[in-house]
Design a binder for this molecule. Sequence first.
Ligand code: ADP
Ligand code: MG
Length: 357
Amino acid sequence: MRKKFLCSILMLQIIFLAGCSVENTEKETGGEKVSSAEESKSEDSPAVREIFAMDTYMTVTAYGEKAETAAEQAQERIQELDAELSTGEEDSEIYQLNKTGSAILSDDAAYLYERSMEINQETDGAFQPFIYPIMELWGFTSQNYQVPKKKVIKEKLLLMDISQVSYDQKTREIAFLKEDMKIDFGGIAKGYASDEVVRIFGENGVSSGMISLGGNVWAMGRKTDGSLWRVAIQNPEESEDYLGVLEIENKAVITSGGYERYFEQDGKRYHHIIDPSTGYPAENGLTSVTIISEDGTLADALSTSLYVMGLEKAVAWWRGHSSDFDVVLLTDQGQLYVTEGIASSFSSDFDVEIIEK
Ligand code: ADP
Ligand code: MG
């Protein structure tokens, strides 16, 4: 069988447009490219850390007097979370939990478990942290990609039975009652990490910062010149192009797309967002979902969940929770939708349909 691994992690799932927003200047006006060195001269110089963690490239940028301390602490915290939550590192809490089927959860793991379960319930199972055995089956955890046999997928689906977990919120004792159940916070952990960086920045008096963890952006405060942050959403069809630009402050902007991590076999593309109702990569008509919210943890989980739901269910779900978030959706027919709360902050060369409450 011909197997082709095409793409692992796209560094710039979301292009973050800082300073004079170079890409945007070029796109809208065809103007001269301004070098980032020139740009930064006119502003306070930021503290920046580039980190590889949680299988992706991350950049945290802080402005202010204690920016260096804030950036340093943010890097340490991200590395700490990576070490705790990694499904692949033998020393990690989650690896050990998955191996032994029981544990007393740390603060971080308990928080993520409780929020994951809450979102699992609210999304009617579209968000499913017990997806790990299916991720393994498809080879997304080892990069030994394969299209599994239907029968095996069916067997593994039985391991996502959340009634087979005992959890005590007080003691944080967790036990998987069925053998081989495994948990994976890959759909929520980066959002939580971004919220944690925002907390650390706040504790250090940082009121302007940009946190970009793979496709997960958190735009804190405003830019130092008082203007809004500009965050571009990547076009899943063309990595050099983008769907549009959001002008925002104090919001997480988190995208899930089937273009981020996938393999191809016999001319068909298989990506890493799994529909828990089938065990196959979700193919419900959406190719990109961006959640905009003050809650990065929620935004991360929902970008995955709404991708799984498909357009109709995603829109209905937003209508039921519209005070918590906004969303930008792209269908496989190329139609772009934005919800009304963010519509006036979003500019795009595409035809955009506004979803109302
Ligand atoms: P990324 O991690 O690339 O930013 P997502 O936030 O959409 O993308 O998360 C995808 C990851 O979430 C997968 O790699 C896997 O670990 C996990 N995952 C896949 N399908 C689901 C699902 N239906 N519910 C919860 N987690 C999922
Ligand atoms: Mg997610």
